[in-house]
Design a protein around this ligand. Sequence first.
Ligand code: HEC
Length: 150
Amino acid sequence: MKAMAEAAKTIAGMFEGKTDYDATAFKLAAETLRTKSGDALIAEFPRGSVGGSTTAKAEIDQFPDEFAALAHHVQTLAAALSRAADTAPDGITDNMRMKPGTGGMGSSLLGKRAGPTKELDPSEIPAEHVFHLMLQDCTSCHAKFRSKPL
Ligand code: HEC
């Protein structure tokens, strides 16, 4: 989790312009997120291990499918970020940027859209948007499965 948090900070810093974009560092961070999420993340919380001194909640054992889905979703998005770095060796490209009206941060303000929610294909949306979706997964998982929300 600590490595994931560091990696997320690295990527956030580059999107926000606080750190110079560096494709290698961006990719390394995305790869850290990819390899530490999914099954690796799930394996950190084996059944019956939660409670006690950690802030991981018993809900992990009660809703394992939901927990796993969040862990795997982070992995899918991190893989897309990693691929985005390959296509942008020299700098953040325009099509990595979130544009007004493409959803992203705004969509949560507008609330849920009517009808069945269509899963966005992370390879077809800007990397910056993918990154924000990933942060939502961190928050969603912590909100439900961690006693101290991040
Ligand atoms: C599938 C669920 C899940 C996802 C997704 C998830 N986390 Fe966590 N995270 C947890 C749990 C559970 C804990 C509590 C761990 C403990 O206390 O043992 C935690 C703890 C943390 C901590 C506290 C330090 C620690 O090691 O306990 C940080 C920082 C953190 N997560 C960052 C992130 C970031 C950044 C992301 C997204 C890139 C993320 N997490 C995604 C479940 C998740």
